[in-house]
Design a protein around this ligand. Structure first.
Ligand SMILES: NC(=O)c1ccc[n+]([C@@H]2O[C@H](COP(=O)([O-])OP(=O)(O)OC[C@H]3O[C@@H](n4cnc5c(N)ncnc54)[C@H](O)[C@@H]3O)[C@@H](O)[C@H]2O)c1
Length: 214
């Protein structure tokens, strides 16, 4: 997957643009202005124009953006044309919730393999996805050519599991554990921390209540 050199904040907004454009296309809309987009996705129009400018001059003055070509363009960047298989490591409370969700709607990402140490789970099918013994993880990930993993093991297991993932050749880890895992430079880690997100939200509400928080 080619990685375009766009700011991280822009990259994080892309799936949101993509989902809304898909909605517009399904509703039969052929074009959209940055102001309309702004109302829908709640980023200001200048941010949207700047984001889109990173991909070249896509909009036309007085016309707005062509929904279909914008969607095609984003689909390629987001790799929506190919199904991305993801491994889920640790099928506890959080792992189950993510597996049940399984990213089906509006996305070409799915969890295709689960790994755990719990003998009651190993060799079962959960939400349509096979659960493997963690001991088989390196082989399975390599055989299935999985490049992305979601980490939902206890904190105490996070680094050792990450080391195994690195050994298996994984390229990206969505880390839900509180540990900031250490990885070689070529591996990308995205940390998800709901407490942090909530605290950020509270901070913005308390300090910038009159302004947009995007
Ligand atoms: N980021 C967030 O906002 C957020 C929210 C909740 C929980 N968490 C974190 O997510 C992780 C999971 O939380 P939970 O509540 O689902 O825990 P849990 O105890 O319910 O589940 C952990 C699962 O990991 C499995 N496991 C243990 N060691 C393993 C190993 N070495 N290899 C593979 N599987 C292993 C267990 O058998 C269990 O199924 C924890 O690190 C927790 O701190 C993060």
């Amino acid at each position: 997957m080619a990685e375009p050199s766009i700011p991280r904040a822009t990259a994080k907004r892309l799936p949101i643009y993509y989902r809304y454009l898909k909605f517009l296309l399904d509703a039969g809309k052929t074009r959209v202005s940055s102001t309309e987009l702004s109302d829908a996705v709640k980023f200001d129009a200048a941010t949207i124009r700047r984001d889109f400018s990173y991909f070249g001059a896509l909009g036309k003055r007085g016309y707005g953006y062509d929904v279909e070509s914008l969607l095609d363009f984003f689909a390629k960047i987001l790799n929506q044309d190919t199904l991305t298989n993801v491994a889920l490591i640790g099928l506890g409370n959080l792992g189950h919730a993510l597996l049940n969700f399984n990213f089906h709607k509006n996305s070409n990402v799915r969890v295709s393999a689960v790994f755990d140490i719990n003998q009651e789970l190993i060799n079962t099918i959960q939400s349509g996805v096979p659960v493997y013994d963690i001991k088989d993880m390196v082989n399975q990930i390599q055989d299935q050519r999985i490049e992305i993993a979601i980490l939902t093991v206890p904190q105490s297991e996070a680094q050792a599991t990450t080391d195994l993932l690195v050994k298996a050749g994984i390229k990206g880890i969505l880390n839900f554990t509180p540990l900031r895992v250490t990885v070689p430079e070529k591996v990308r880690v995205q940390n998800v921390d709901l407490t942090n997100e909530l605290q950020t939200l509270i901070y913005f509400i308390e300090n910038y209540s009159e302004q947009s928080i995007n």
